[in-house]
Design a protein around this ligand. Structure first.
Ligand code: NAI
Ligand SMILES: C[N+](C)(C)CC(=O)CC(=O)[O-]
Length: 321
């Protein structure tokens, strides 16, 4: 039986920070949404969060027929998923809770409706262990705020079908997102593995009295953070190697990885690792020269700076705040 890819009804289980973000995105894309959350007052809190997100979604542009009125809040898991074409779970990050919840969700859902979990890093093979039709179960890990940030990491478990990954990609793309298939099932996936490393170091810096949280945030938001909005670390460091690119960068700064700059153990800088990094970034460069990519970087940085400045001014803030 083919998976459902024409989605009219979206089910959201768990309507906290992330669940409400999914609901807002789905409503803005003109879907009917059914939500469930066991907390007292959850419906009111959800509707308040959506109303708060709506002006940004209106600025971005709503799909025809999009309306906050198309949200229905129900009292049981079964009512939430029974008629859904796509199901997204955003419950607390606890393995036992998700294991139990997915056994119930998948038993009550249409057998060919894709089920996605927002988990930040738990393994789908583990929490979909008791699921009915586990071949349609995936991770769809979003980023906060879910209704604006495009990235969604898609991860399959050991029983997920490749067609389910494709169906999830199709749906998330239709929701205006940028799916990234994480091909190996590893804890933390790709993005949180990176973010957690930064987070761990930031906490060490605070703990050691090196910097305040504000100073650390300044170190990110006035430097690499601006670059990261449009260029990842590998291409950024390719440019940091000058005309000689990544190979020069690796020979100059590679040894610093062995200095105690961070508390994380560094990988062995084997020839294979260097070659893989050089080849990967060469592929990313494509036909573009370093100079052309520098112009792209500079133009984009200026545009981002201008955008950040204008947006802050409209909120009564100076650029340096
Ligand atoms: N907060 C973040 O920055 C991000 C979180 N995530 C993931 O999204 C998921 C949800 O996290 P948040 O929204 O941040 O948490 P949250 O605490 O804001 O919301 C969790 C919601 O789940 C509800 N809940 C409690 N027990 C439940 C159950 N048995 N079944 C269904 N819902 C239940 C709670 O009432 C609450 O409304 C987690 O798996 C988390 O790892 C993913 C990306 C980013
Ligand atoms: C802190 N976190 C692990 C929940 C963060 C995420 O999963 C993604 C994000 O929005 O940064």
């Amino acid at each position: 039986m083919p998976f459902i890819t024409e989605i009219k009804t979206f089910a959201a289980l768990g309507s906290g920070v992330i669940g409400s973000g999914w609901v807002a995105r789905a409503l803005a894309h003109g879907l009917d949404v059914i939500a469930w959350d066991p907390a007292p007052g959850a419906e009111q809190a959800l509707r308040k969060r959506i109303a708060n997100a709506w002006p940004a979604l209106e600025k971005q542009g709503l799909a025809p027929g999009a309306s906050q009125q198309r949200l229905k809040f129900v009292a049981t898991i079964e009512e939430c998923v029974r008629d859904a074409d796509f199901i997204q779970e955003s419950a607390p990050e606890r393995l036992d809770l998700k294991l139990d919840l997915h056994a119930k969700i998948s038993a009550a859902a249409k057998p060919n409706a894709i089920i996605g979990s927002s988990t930040s890093g738990l393994l789908p093979s583990e929490f979909y262990e008791s699921a009915t039709h586990p071949e349609r179960c995936v991770v769809g890990h979003p980023f906060n705020p879910v209704y604006l940030l495009p990235l969604v990491e898609i991860v399959g478990g050991n029983r997920t079908s490749p067609d389910a990954i494709e169906a999830a990609k199709t749906f998330y793309t239709a929701l205006g997102m940028r799916p990234l298939h994480v091909r190996k099932e590893v804890p933390g996936f790709i993005a949180d593995r990176l973010l957690e490393a930064l987070w761990r170091e930031a906490l060490h810096l605070v703990n050691d009295g090196v910097a305040t949280t504000g100073e650390i945030d300044d170190a990110i938001r006035f430097g690499a953070g601006l670059r990261w909005s449009f260029m990842g670390t590998f291409l950024t460091y390719t440019l940091a190697g000058g005309d000689a690119g990544m190979r020069h960068f690796m020979s100059q700064f590679g040894p610093a990885l062995k200095l105690p700059w961070t508390y994380l153990p560094a990988p062995e800088l084997t020839d294979k690792l260097i070659d893989d990094v050089v080849e990967g970034t060469s592929e990313q460069l494509g036909e573009r020269s370093i100079a052309a990519l520098e112009r792209y970087r500079d133009d984009t940085l200026l545009a981002v700076l201008e955008a950040v400045k204008n947006s802050k001014a409209s909120h009564g803030l100076a650029f340096g705040e």
